[in-house]
Design a protein around this ligand. Structure first.
Ligand SMILES: [Mg+2]
Length: 364
């Protein structure tokens, strides 16, 4: 089997909130680069990448240039193709920036092809630990909402059957620690004590602030506090992790696998979060999962549950899947949720097919 052609398109995908219909800003879109990679025996692999922002045209070009190098290659030789990419750019590690973002789209498509070629869903091919995984609602309880809107959104998520959900602190303006705690408390008041509530800070606090507010938040019983300070401040994160009873999650901003080695060595987090696009695709995500398992740490996903469900379900240390619905509209069918668990597909590869009408609608 050989790769024979490819297609790369840019899409402007709406950042709606279909879970609770509470977007921070209606009409906001996110540029996404979608890849179709095809083989000589008619298999098509799907790849996705983003985080290009205003450099999205550059990211598209990078995906095309890497895809061109796969023509004639055996798609099953994923690490060989990765080596070819790294050699071609003069970077033996290739672990950052546009290169990695572009490489991830190809790596995801190659794994999709591999799954389809052996007629096996990816979660089984990668390890096959369980066919359903806990999942949490994400993107509805944002910091820009009022307390009333956050309560209304939380009630909607409960009515839809979610057992886990994520909100945010580091509220806009100049909130006092008391304001921050009030926000998570009003959500807890609506959802009751049994629902798992995560909280993302998106790197907006200093370590000392995280320790202060984090201690005050302990009464609200958070399942985790995420990205409490700069992702590359491994020592600062370690101070927060040591000081708080609430587990600290982090890692979605890191590029490549090596920073995770340093983060884990420094005991910077209790829960390792890996972004499949920044880490370098399925191949690198699974390497970090193994690193975390060896360190006795759980691993969690970042966005795109339709793809990340596979890697979390493949790993014994997979904890939960972020159900961030940004890109679900791109596909004909995506995994269902039953009793708070994401149900993995039995279809081969990613089990996803682009909805061509959606691609046409969102085409940039
Ligand atoms: Mg986050």
């Amino acid at each position: 089997m050989k790769i024979v052609n490819y297609e790369v398109i840019v899409l402007n995908v709406p950042e709606d909130d279909p879970l609770a219909n509470m977007p921070e800003e209606r009409g906001r879109t996110r540029p996404v680069v979608a890849l179709k990679l095809r083989t000589d025996d008619g298999i098509e692999g799907i790849g996705i990448t983003f985080y290009g922002g205003r450099l999205t045209a550059t990211l598209k070009k990078a995906v095309e240039e890497l895809a061109e190098m796969t023509i004639g290659e055996d798609p099953a030789m994923i690490e060989h193709i990765a080596k070819k990419f790294r050699s071609s750019t003069g970077d033996p590690f290739g672990s950052s920036g546009i290169f990695t973002l572009a490489h991830s789209a190809i790596d995801i498509a190659l794994w999709d092809i591999k799954g389809k070629s052996v007629n096996m869903p990816l979660w089984k091919l990668l390890g096959g630990y369980r066919k359903q995984v806990p999942t949490y609602a994400s993107g509805s309880l944002r910091r820009g909402l009022t307390d009333d809107q956050a309560q209304e959104a939380a009630a909607t998520l409960i009515s839809k059957g979610f057992r886990e959900m994520k909100t945010q602190m580091a509220l806009p303006g100049a909130p006092s620690p008391k304001d921050e705690i009030r926000r998570i408390q009003v959500i807890r008041d609506v959802i009751g004590p049994e629902i798992k509530l995560m909280c993302d800070i998106n790197q907006l606090w200093r370590p000392e602030q995280a320790i202060d507010i984090g201690k005050k938040a302990e009464g609200v019983d958070l399942f985790w506090l995420e990205d409490v300070t700069r992702a590359d401040d491994y020592d600062g994160l370690a101070r927060v992790t040591a000081a708080l009873n609430t587990p600290i999650a982090g890692g979605e901003y890191l590029y490549g696998t090596v920073p995770f080695h340093h983060m884990i060595q420094k005991h910077s987090v209790d829960i390792v979060m890996v972004d499949i696009i920044r880490v370098g695709g399925v191949s690198q995500w699974m390497k970090v999962a193994a690193m975390a398992e060896a360190a006795n740490l759980p691993i969690v996903s970042h966005v795109m549950p339709e793809i990340l469900g596979h890697v979390v379900a493949a790993c014994p240390n997979g904890l939960t899947v972020e159900y961030m619905p940004w890109m679900l509209e791109l596909y004909q069918e995506t995994p269902e949720i039953e009793d708070g668990y994401l149900q993995l597909t039995e279809k081969p590869g990613l089990g996803l097919q682009f909805e061509e009408k959606a691609l046409a609608t969102f085409a940039a």
